[in-house]
Design a protein around this ligand. Structure first.
Ligand code: CA
Length: 227
């Protein structure tokens, strides 16, 4: 069940939207102005935001722009009056994903919401899979593959590989790896990081011509394609 934030000062419009969406199985929280909307958005994570352009304290387009500073992902649907069609362009430029002209039929609002949520799902599904060369890591199922062959990893090896794949072509120091994977400060007395990197290397490179994890002497390790 999707959680929707509705920012609208007109009581009648707000009640109409809430009633209709709740009947369709959506959960709603409302804000009547920009200030309360920002407070609400800070403490709750929503699947979608519906935002009216005409608000008492701030223009909805400006509000949208401000929300996008910290939240680049949640779909935003702007509501705008027919005589403010210019708002369409400004709203989309400010980071809104779609807009709807008032007055609208409820069925159209519903269709727009469903389309935005569907699009969001597709985006998330793509982003949860990390790829590097012929290496693939699914961060939902925790399955690693190289050239289509599944690689079985321990929990630490998996975390280590995810770290490399989130920072490709970048030297990662042993200190940084220790902090990120083991949550500890670096202890110069042990070589456990080198040991683990070697375990991981064996698993992802065995049987393949190209090495992917390289030692950078005196600095750490890097995931890269050697040319
Ligand atoms: Ca309004």
């Amino acid at each position: 069940m999707a959680n929707i934030c509705l920012v609208e000062d007109e009581q009648k419009v707000s009640a109409f939207i809430c009633r209709g969406l709740e009947e369709n199985g959506y959960k709603l929280q409302t804000a009547k102005d920009g200030a309360s909307a920002k407070a609400l958005l800070q403490k709750t994570e929503f699947d979608l935001i519906i935002m009216d352009v005409m608000l008492p304290d701030i223009n909805g387009i400006e509000l949208c722009r401000q929300v996008r500073f910290t939240d680049t992902k949640t779909p935003i649907l702007m509501l705008t009056a027919l005589d403010q069609i210019q708002n369409k362009v400004s709203g989309l430029k400010a980071g809104a994903d779609d807009y709807l002209v008032k007055p609208f039929h409820f069925i159209e609002l519903l269709a727009r919401i469903e389309a935005l949520l569907r699009r969001q799902k597709v985006t998330e599904a793509v982003e949860h899979v990390l790829t590097f060369d012929d290496l693939k890591l699914d961060t939902w199922s925790n399955i690693a593959e190289r050239a289509g062959h599944q690689i079985s990893l321990t929990a630490k090896e998996y975390t280590l590989l995810e770290l490399f794949m989130r920072h490709p072509n970048k030297v990662l120091s042993r200190e940084y790896i220790a902090e990120q994977v083991w949550n500890i400060g670096f202890d110069t007395g042990t070589n456990f990081i080198d040991v683990y990197v070697n375990y991981l290397r064996k698993k992802i490179e065995k049987g393949f011509k190209n090495k992917l994890i390289h030692t950078v002497i005196g600095m750490g390790y890097i995931l890269k394609i050697e040319k």
